[in-house]
Design a protein around this ligand. Structure first.
Ligand code: HEM
Length: 418
């Protein structure tokens, strides 16, 4: 029932199969948590839902009319609680509503807003490294790659940085569900997972809703205030849309950036001569980051749903199918990237798809690129050489749609002799 369309390269197929397995599990999961005895509905869904995985990305991402971003509509009824609205959840919205929302939020989240953050990002990186130095150990993810983007996005939005453990708990409940799904097999465990992610969603919506309402009463100099005040054609965003967009920022704004920082440092350690070259010529750091994005694509796949029957790669896809576009696989397409398995920061241009393509192109790409330029630059200054700890293993996030380290212990080199 599950068909895979692929470019014929072995590694691509491997990535895709892992992803298809995940998609199938997600679908089965959706089916398994349908309330009550809905055997007939379950059987019908199993017969009708196909999952397609594509690396033939162009046709999909350039045609939002056929390949809609609204994938939630394919979930069986009852999986998402009714009171959870997807309004304003920008990654799930199609044109024309998408264009209007994007214009509105872009007017609050401008390049200038991002560029002004550079000194703060540098100061935070130094502070976080100082704290790790005092503790005498540096686990890159817990000590820098996770807290840095969370603090930056929290300060930008204007929510208390002290609540960042809450953001982490919510993000883990919502994102890592995928990972846990592959190791749970009883209906009860699955039900518990749905309940914890729904709870996280509700808590997060209530938390951000409280802050947005407060900004309407008492505006401040922060992004939440700019979002509640932003106008396009004389219209403002309704509260639910402000809250859901802030939720996207809080989640998308840190998980991927955490993965990218970990991946980049891993590349600097693992590839001979790489960090020496970057240290000698800092102007090469952005190219290292772009190549890390290509080879270790943090968001490995994006999902779409077909609004009508279509054809791709000679395969007919019925309406209401779930389509996964493997950015990670497209980023290793030998037609676009000669020697795709080689880490080569000298690629120019490097037209990778790690930030997506088309109308949903990552809105946070300038912020991610800024954080990634500043933090590794400071790491290169302060830690020479950057080395993973041979006594303490590196751990990866165990889900095929995410490429990133979960734990990256580094050694502090001894101080130079006085
Ligand atoms: C969209 C990747 C960092 C906010 C996307 C998409 C990708 C992506 C692939 C497209 C999704 C799709 O087409 O369905 C990444 C990566 C990042 C990163 C790899 C870091 C390395 C950020 C940051 C923010 C952010 C720091 C915000 C602070 C967004 C938003 C969208 C988006 C709001 C939705 C845009 C739309 O639907 O119009 N991101 N992202 N991202 N990203 Fe990022």
């Amino acid at each position: 029932r599950y068909r895979v369309v692929h470019g014929g390269w072995e590694h691509v197929l491997r990535v895709q199969l892992a992803g298809v397995r995940l998609g199938v599990e997600a679908l089965d999961f959706g089916l398994s948590v349908l309330p009550g005895d809905r055997a007939e509905q379950r059987a019908r869904l199993r017969e009708t839902r196909d999952l397609f995985a594509f690396t033939e990305y162009d046709g999909v991402l350039a045609d939002p009319g056929t390949y809609s971003s609204d994938t939630v509509r394919l979930l069986p009824p009852g999986v998402l609680p009714e009171e959870l609205s997807m309004e304003g959840f920008i990654t799930q919205i199609d044109p024309p509503a998408h264009g209007k929302l994007r214009k509105l939020v872009s007017s609050a989240f401008t390049r200038k807003v991002v560029a002004d953050l550079e000194p703060r990002i540098a100061a935070l990186t130094q502070e976080l490294l100082d704290a790790a130095r005092e503790r005498g150990r540096l686990e890159l993810v817990a000590d820098l790659a996770h807290p840095l983007p969370v603090i930056v996005i929290a300060e930008l939005l204007g929510v208390p940085v002290g609540d960042r453990e809450l953001f982490k708990r919510w993000a883990d409940a919502l994102f890592e569900r995928d990972a846990q799904l592959s190791v749970t097999d009883t209906g009860l465990e699955r039900q518990a997972l749905v309940e914890s992610s729904t709870r996280a969603w509700r808590e997060m919506a209530a938390y951000l809703g409280g802050h947005a309402a407060e900004r309407r009463r008492r505006p401040r100099a922060d992004l939440l205030t700019r979002l509640v005040e932003a106008e396009v054609d004389g219209e403002r965003l309704p509260d639910v849309q402000v809250v859901n967009f802030a939720m996207v920022l809080l989640l998308a704004g840190h998980i991927t950036t955490t993965m990218l920082l970990g991946n980049t440092v891993l590349c600097l350690d693992a590839l001979p001569g790489q960090q020496e070259r970057a240290r000698a010529d800092r102007a090469t750091v952005p190219a290292v980051i772009e190549e890390s994005l290509r080879l270790l694509t943090p968001f490995a796949a994006v999902a779409r749903s077909t609004t009508r029957e279509s054809e791709l790669g000679g395969v007919t896809i019925p309406a209401d199918s779930y389509v996964m576009v493997w950015l990670a696989a497209a980023n290793r397409d030998p037609r676009a990237f000669p020697g795709p398995e080689t880490f080569d920061p000298g690629r120019d241009p490097n037209p990778h798809l790690a930030f997506g393509r088309g109308i949903h192109f990552c809105l946070g790409a300038p912020l991610a690129r800024l954080e990634e330029r500043v933090a590794p630059g400071i790491l290169l200054d302060r830690i020479n050489p950057i080395r993973t700890d041979p006594e303490d293993p590196v751990l990866f996030i165990p889900t095929p749609t995410m490429t990133g380290v979960r734990r990256l212990p580094l050694t502090w080199p001894p101080p130079p002799p006085a």
